[in-house]
Design a protein around this ligand. Structure first.
Ligand SMILES: Cc1ncc(COP(=O)(O)O)c(C=O)c1O
Length: 389
């Protein structure tokens, strides 16, 4: 009799993450220049940590909160959605989650049945693909138009819709490309969703980090989309709260009890100490957001300047948002992005993420994070220049 562990096909079919593989390899390299992680490197603002400490000392965090999250926090989220996203929300439409990731997973679990198709625009954040697979859905990858800065391809989207299509994932500003989908394009996407009775799940993790006069647009601000959009947000990027694991989603009040049924078996509720921290983040000074944004913008410009010096090696689109960019490798050896990244790490001591981690159309690209110091960017690019020029 076999003694092999009995793992589900659903999970075992998921390939090892190229991102985690590169992170593991990078840890073995001394003095590595690290451009791999989409993670804020700044510390969480002090007043947020202090509010969490106060909540601990007051004895407020030892129990569960309401499954949907503390009422005060949901009230503050409602205010934020009205102010910054033009979304007319109520607290019955909010579910506080364990980061955006758990919210996205709960949303997918709540709406996808086995075999349902979900459209994802590639290159795409690989976690979104995995979330669909874990729900036994079928990811349908729809390439974006790289020549137009990874814009949505509406002909391809329309062609990809079948009777099995149930939902669309939409991440803007985008990981990995940094593209900010325009309001007009998002309105077009909403029309398609309404026409075919599809749900749109949005990942708005980078909502505050948009540059060059571009604006972030939330699909939930379109009144007709009320029952067709589940919007996921996070404190991770906005307030540099990665490890606190706190985010939230907004959806029609008829959907929240259903999504909560998927949230409870994974989380019961979001960490209560982090909910108090999140409340302090929303109620306290907001200067950290503009400070982070100014830093990312300067870092983006520096990275673009350095890439301009390497125009025989890389071509790129200047990202309009996030703190990520997705240059194309022009060299023959860049066709296999995993091998290219490993080589760059071994010979150049520069850690990047291979484009293949973001779907087949990500091949021949690198994802670079500019959520690092200028020093780190310069160190990485000095090394890349030494290798290739
Ligand atoms: C697009 C996107 N969504 C979600 C996350 C993770 O968010 P959270 O920490 O809130 O789960 C990331 C992190 O890199 C991301 O890039």
């Amino acid at each position: 009799m076999s003694t092999k562990p009995r793992i589900s096909n659903r999970v075992s079919q998921i390939p090892k993450s190229a991102i985690h593989e590169m992170t593991r390899l990078s840890k073995e390299v001394e003095d590595v220049a690290f451009l791999s992680w989409a993670r804020p490197t700044a510390g969480t603002p002090k007043h947020i940590g202090e509010a969490a400490i106060k909540a601990i000392i007051d004895g407020s965090v030892g129990g569960y909160s309401e499954n949907a999250g503390l009422v005060r926090l949901r009230e503050a989220i409602v205010e934020k959605l009205k102010r910054d996203n033009q979304v007319e929300a109520e607290i019955s439409q909010i579910l506080v989650t364990v980061g955006a990731i758990e919210g996205l997973s709960a949303a997918v679990m709540a709406i996808i049945d086995p075999g349902d198709e979900v459209l994802l625009f590639t290159p795409t954040y690989s976690t979104h693909i995995r979330q669909v697979v874990i729900a036994s859905g079928t990811p349908v990858l729809v390439p974006t138009i790289e020549e137009k800065g990874f814009a949505l391809d509406f002909d391809a989207i329309k062609k990809a819709i079948t009777p099995k299509t149930k939902a669309i994932f939409c991440c803007s500003p985008n990981n990995p490309t940094g593209t900010v989908f325009s309001k007009e394009d998002l309105q077009k996407l909403a029309e398609i969703a309404l026409q075919h009775n599809l749900m749109i799940i949005t990942d708005e993790a980078y909502e505050y980090f948009v540059y060059d006069g571009l604006e972030h647009f939330s699909l939930a601000s379109i009144p007709e989309m009320k029952r067709h959009v589940i919007s996921c947000y996070t404190f991770t990027k906005t307030y540099a709260m990665t490890g606190w694991r706190i985010g939230y989603l907004h959806a029609d009040e008829s959907l929240i009890p259903q999504i909560t049924k998927a949230h409870i078996p994974f989380a019961i509720c979001a960490p209560v100490v982090s909910q108090y921290a999140a409340l302090a983040a929303l109620e306290g000074p907001q200067d950290c957001i503009s400070e982070f944004k100014a830093h990312y913008l300067a870092a983006r410009d520096l990275m673009c300047q350095r890439l301009d010096q390497l125009d025989s090696i890389f071509s790129y689109h200047k990202p309009g948002g996030s703190y990520l960019m997705f240059p194309k490798i022009l060299l023959e050896e860049g066709r296999d992005s995993m091998t290219f990244c490993k080589d760059l790490l071994e010979r150049g001591k520069v850690s990047t993420t291979p484009g293949i981690a973001f779907g087949p159309t990500g091949e021949s690209h690198l994802r670079l994070s500019f959520c690092v110091s200028d020093e780190e960017i310069n160190k990485a690019f000095d090394r890349i220049e030494n290798l290739f020029l």
